[in-house]
Design a protein around this ligand. Sequence first.
Ligand SMILES: [Fe+2]
Length: 297
Amino acid sequence: MDSHLETAGPVLDLPVADLLDGQPAFGSPHDFRRALELGAFLARIPTAVDVGPGLTFCKSYFLPRTDSGDRYRGHRNQGHSLSKLGYEDRPDQVEQLQLENHTWPEYLPQDVLVTLAAMRRLTISILNATLDHVGAAVDDRRAITGADRADGASWCHTTMNHYRTALAGRPGIFEHKDSGFITLIYSDGPGLEIFHDGEWKRAEYRSDCFTVNYGASLGVLTENLPNPVTAVLHRVPEIDPHGPQHDRSSFTVYLGPDYDSDLLTYAPDGGLVPFANFRDFSLEQARKQRYEFHARL
Ligand SMILES: [Fe+2]
């Protein structure tokens, strides 16, 4: 399958959930199953969560810093030595700043930190609800998500995406599956496409919703369960500088296994067994999908 630039045809309607105390509540009992089958759904943003600071940061972090205390700008050259991820100038239109949650207080403005912390709590709740729905035993959770953390999540980072429309002739972001369990996304417009039933489709966009993407680690974990989760194959085609969006912005919170831990899977007999070291798995994913793997990981 090539990473082609043309825009996909049909719109793919996604199930929509309210987040009640962080728990996804779908309109119909079939919608959660459909979300697992698609590998994606929309989650209404709770009124207490303000995504504005995240978008403001996405639209400014790549600009030159105006003074030494300016945390909204200057991140192309900052270095981010506490992070194993940091800034990346990618070969597609998007440039990214990726920061693990333990580094957020060091590098991000306070209001962005508040937004991301709220999104992280929601993402943990959605992951736990998903594990409930597929039948993962509560006693298995610490082994699945990270043995050292009581809050149900081990590795967490944000990705701040800036799609540079001046870089014409490139896809927005190459097609890929996220490697972790789950990614919570907010974007300032449409553009996300999902490969479904043999063709690329434009994912439904709603400005009042996050998009939830399920990743390869959940796919591996659940592939032998009665309700397996699809790791959604997705991409963003080239953003047209003459289109309505100009530069596109999106930001995400990602949860996945620790890179030093084993990715687990439920065997056909129901036992929870190691599938692969997660760093090795991620390297293989990156190789297949023609990504550079983070050199510091
Ligand atoms: Fe992704």
